[in-house]
Design a protein around this ligand. Structure first.
Ligand code: ADP
Length: 548
């Protein structure tokens, strides 16, 4: 605000010298026109009411001065004169008012009111020194009759009529001048704020354009507020269709299944949804890009919704590196499995065909057998944890039986570890599932429960039936899992730091296998856990499987 006021002061002081371009049309319409129209109205009234005044010398003089002042706008080369030279026009108008008032002194005394127009111009457009000029001009208007020979003021009334108009006009001039200053200050402030906003906008756009991620701001009405360069490239690859507001070439994480319109990040962001880390693929086979999308709502400090910002990171290189790793793991696991199966087979033959005790090698052969079995289990886990390797063959099964069998299988180990295992399942529960895979899910969850629960704890397994879906819940009173670890729990090879520090056995594959099997059954798995208190894993599966 202060800067704005300084700005005006500077402008005012330089006005006389500065070479501001003066446009004649503006001078007429913004300065002189109201006075000309006022004079035309006056002439109309004179023609109707006092036609005799038309021939009066002062009247003609008044009109002449008005005409000259108006014509000067078009004739005088104002741009070659100091800009304040224009002050001559409103001053001439005041002189014209004095002449017109003198000629209509008795007939139309309110003619003097015409002075308001030039005074407003003077005080609005010119420096503060124009205010005394307005007052002197008004005095000239009221004093002209005396100068023209009428009797000098003698009574108080005469003096009042001499000074009333100048006094009122001074008040008008001061008021208009103050209003003009305020207006200019407000305008300067608005311009400053606008400049700042433009600069912030330019900065945001430059920053947005300097990153590889696509960034789009959707306004609440669904239109685009801002987008960066990278957006265009991604939209082209994804074959974005403006009409349907969806991408024609967008696929799920498997790169093949087309992503339904309502699941597409753009569509979800347009509905104001917020999400993070949504992985999908765009582009036709041969030119596919992996994108991780985040959508965040934009709100002002007072909570007003300004739309959503959608960010799409191109993670193709990372995704390719991961798939190379997966392929490598699968290839190596396959290669290792064949000779290992042969080793295990020959070890069996060895123990069946020979008396190991007599040979004195039973202990050694058992150690080899145990390690070979362990290696076989690891390789199976590695292969099973790869989604493409997993086969699920659902069929009618009594899950209550599966649940009880799993619990019985871990009972001896639980006994050794000093952990109670509780089972809660109905007598019988028929569902549609792959019994051995579901058994694998329960085994993994139970085995984790035992692994991560200290002696004296409890692990419970329950089967909760439902009308369209059912749940298998494994709860323990163990070490629990922190919030941040819960987010990565189902990633392959993930193991909590604490678990790694304690050198607890494991590869971090169990839960990823669990998830793969649950996904293949079109189910879901949820975890609730409090560090130090325990964890609960809930697997929810549909009662009936869709047939492919
Ligand atoms: P592994 O048990 O072989 O390490 P998992 O995939 O089964 O691999 O589990 C991954 C990680 O999740 C574990 O290393 C452990 O940190 C954590 N975790 C899994 N189950 C539990 C549990 N019941 N209680 C506490 N932590 C668990």
């Amino acid at each position: 605000m202060l800067e704005a006021a300084d700005d005006i002061r500077r402008k005012e002081s330089t006005m006389a010298a500065s070479a501001v371009l003066i446009r004649r049309r503006d001078v007429f319409w913004r300065g002189q026109a109201p006075f000309v129209f006022g004079t035309v109205v006056l002439v109309g009234f004179v023609l109707i009411g006092v036609p005799s005044a038309i021939g009066d010398a002062f009247f003609l003089l008044g009109l002449g001065v008005t005409a000259l002042a108006t014509a000067s706008i078009a004739i005088v080369p104002w741009n070659q004169l100091p800009s304040n030279a224009l002050i001559a026009i409103p001053l001439s108008d005041i002189v014209a008012v004095a002449f017109l008032r003198e000629s209509l002194y008795a007939a139309l005394p309110s003619t003097g009111l015409l002075i308001v127009f030039p005074v407003m111009w003077l005080s609005y457009r010119f420096p503060v020194s124009a205010i005394p000029l307005s007052a002197i001009g008004a005095l000239y208007v009221t004093a002209l009759p005396i100068l023209a020979g009428r009797p000098a003021p003698a009574t108080g009334r005469d003096w009042a009529s001499l000074f009333l108009l100048p006094a009122l006009i001074t008040i008008v001039a001061v008021t208009v001048h103050a209003a003009a200053r305020l207006l200019r200050a407000t305008r300067a402030e608005a311009r400053r704020v606008l400049n700042e906003a433009e600069q912030a906008n330019a900065l945001a756009l430059t920053v947005a354009n300097s990153v590889d991620a696509a960034i789009v701001h959707f306004l609440p009405d669904g239109s685009v507020g801002m987008r960066n360069q990278a957006t265009f490239a991604q939209a082209e690859i994804a074959e974005y269709d403006k009409a349907s507001k969806s991408a024609l070439a967008a696929y799920e994480a498997d790169r093949r299944t087309p992503l339904r319109r309502e699941d597409q990040p753009i569509y979800r962001a347009l509905r104001g949804e917020e999400f993070r880390g949504l992985l999908y693929w765009i582009g036709r086979p041969g030119n596919q890009h992996a994108i991780v999308a985040n959508s965040v709502g934009v709100h002002t400090d007072d909570g007003a919704f300004l739309g959503t910002v959608l960010v799409g990171h191109d993670v193709t290189d990372l995704a390719n590196a991961i798939s190379v790793r997966e392929e490598f793991l699968v290839a190596v696991s396959h290669e290792l499995r064949t000779p290992l199966t042969s080793i295990i087979g020959y070890l069996d033959i060895l123990s069946d065909a020979h008396d190991l005790d007599a040979l004195g090698i039973r202990r050694e052969v058992s150690t080899i057998q145990r390690n070979a079995d362990q290696l076989h289990a690891i390789i199976s886990d590695l292969l099973t944890s790869n989604a493409s390797e997993i086969r699920v063959r659902p069929g009618p099964v009594d899950l209550a039986h599966v649940v009880r069998e799993c619990a019985e299988a871990v009972a001896p180990r639980a006994h050794v570890l000093g952990i109670d295992v509780e089972v809660d399942a109905p007598e019988r529960f028929d569902a549609d599932a792959d019994a051995s895979r579901i058994g694998q899910v329960i085994d993994n969850l139970l085995s984790n429960g035992l692994k991560y629960t200290p002696r004296g704890g409890r692990v419970s397994l329950s089967l909760v039936p439902g009308d369209t879906e059912f749940s298998i819940v494994v709860t323990d009173t163990g070490i629990g899992i922190s919030q941040s670890d819960q987010r990565q729990l189902f990633d392959r090879f993930f193991r909590a730091q604490e678990v790694r520090d304690q050198a607890t056995q494991g590869l971090g594959l169990g839960l990823s296998i669990v998830r793969t099997i649950v996904d293949a059954h079109h189910g879901r798995i949820d975890v609730e856990s409090l560090p130090g208190k325990g964890s609960r894993f809930t697997v929810t599966l549909p009662l009936h499987q869709r047939r492919r």
